[in-house]
Design a protein around this ligand. Sequence first.
Ligand code: SER
Length: 619
Amino acid sequence: MQANKLKQLYLDFYKNKNHQIVPSSSIVPENDPTTLFTGSGMQPMMEYFLGVPHPKGSRIVDIQKCFRSQDIEEIGDNRHITFFEMLGNWSFGDYFKNEQLEWLFDFLVNKINLDPKKLFVTVFSGNIKLNIDKDLDSVEIWKKLFSKVGIEAIDIDHSQINGMQAGRIFYFDEKYNWWSRAGVPDNMPAGEPGGPDSEVFYDFGADKKIHENSLFKNQVCHVNCDCGRFLEICNSVFMQYRKQNDGGFIELSQRNVDFGGGFERILAAINDVNDVFMTSIFKDIIEYLEMISNKKYSESEKNKRSFRVVADHLRAAVMLAADGVYPSNKEQGYFSRRLVRRSVRYAKMIGINDLFIKDLVPLIIGLYQDFYPDLLSKSNEIQNVLSQEEKKFAQTIQKGLKEIEKHSVLNGEIAFKLYETHGFPFELTKEIAQEKGQTVSLESFQKAQKAHADLSRSSSSQKFKGGLQDSSVETTRYHTATHLLHAALRKILGKHVEQKGSNITANRLRFDFSHPKALTKEEIIEVENQINAWITESLTVSVKYMKKSEALKSGAIAFFVEKYPEDVTVYTIGNGTDTSWVSRELCGGPHVENTSQIGHIQIFKEQAISNGIRRIYLR
Ligand code: SER
């Protein structure tokens, strides 16, 4: 099925159910400073869940352009993409579970002819602590729907992961079957709406299992195992609750439905091919890349990965540019720059060494111009900005290559110097070394990077000794105290506390954070005592260089995650094993080496600075 046909079928289906069609919002959110990109269809709809009437009524259908920058490094498998479109139907206090699931099933089985035997669903298993029930309503509806097509849908509790067990409906906890902008209930700030959801998976067949990538590689395959056999194609969220200050949930004044269908994934299911890059929305791009590279996409897994990165990244860069995001060093533009540069690098891996972006842009625009007619008028401009970025990066690479020629043996130090002075990517040095029959390991690169950081750290402490920069010693102490304060607030007040800003002088630390109400005297004392306890414990402050995804996986916190580069510096405060730390944050430093160097601290002021944001002064 052609891409545009699927879009039209979906919009028409819901139009017939009295939905109003609305156009996609921009990928750059309007009036939402909490995020750089629209990453799901529901983001532009937030206020309508809370009771503000939508100008077009209580039933809406749309197709939203989305971009998930956190997926950049995931690209390369059969299903992750950074730019995607999300089919969305919305009930703002109108219909609920019955209609939603019934219509969805009808659409999937009768309109786009998916084989119901290949569909599997998950539902929320409930949470006693939060007083939210197991979603038995949805189970009953799914059972009825499947039985109408002659399938007995057995429901299975999946807390004991043990394969499919002939089940059709699986219960999962809030890690899988709960949706809010902030993720699981624990991470939601007070006031945030969320709710249980029910996902639909398409089964491409047991032979499509690619277990190496599975999160559960040592267990029996099941819908959420990520092994390549099953693909989540859509999600119905029953947006029904709102988090309270005490961490509990109350019902919203209206019950809403937020349905999101992964357009490219549904297309893959319709074509019964477990690779979104083989669907009509990517096929032309892949074929064009095959032509100019003289390589075949399916030749090897390595080739596939490179083709997928180039195709994904350029398609995303074009769609971002269409919404005004051009390559730069700042905010959204930084991601556009990364997309273009990464696509150039991966294009090289399949032998594309000439400039190629200018010719590829019109092809991508051609795929979307019927649906987004404004693309056509922007075509020249998009071509120019993206190919300029490609040329700039080509120069960086030229300079780096010249430098490389001067060395007969490459090592981590040279790789780091190239990266430092020319922005020459480590992966490229690594590949060039490989071509020469040499190896440059990531560890050796990181070692050089660390040596460099240590050097600048000790040269600044040299300066401190001179006396002139005494205040810098103070600011370094406060810098580490900032992390302790942040950790103490999160420990004592809750995980909704997020740093919103800070300011350090030689005499004090000022710290802004989210929290709905004034701290009590007792809370202030508790926070203060906690920090002083950590200081007295003489905890080690250690620094590590990691990939951002690795850092986040290891539990590091970071606000405006998207703003950090791929390689990050992570500061951990704590002694003992790797899991028993007090604080772990993405941060540029510098910090003291041991908390004992901070000395006794005291909180001397606490006040509100705006709605939901508090300010603390500490010295
Ligand atoms: N908000 C849900 C999601 O993005 C459904 O639209 O998956």
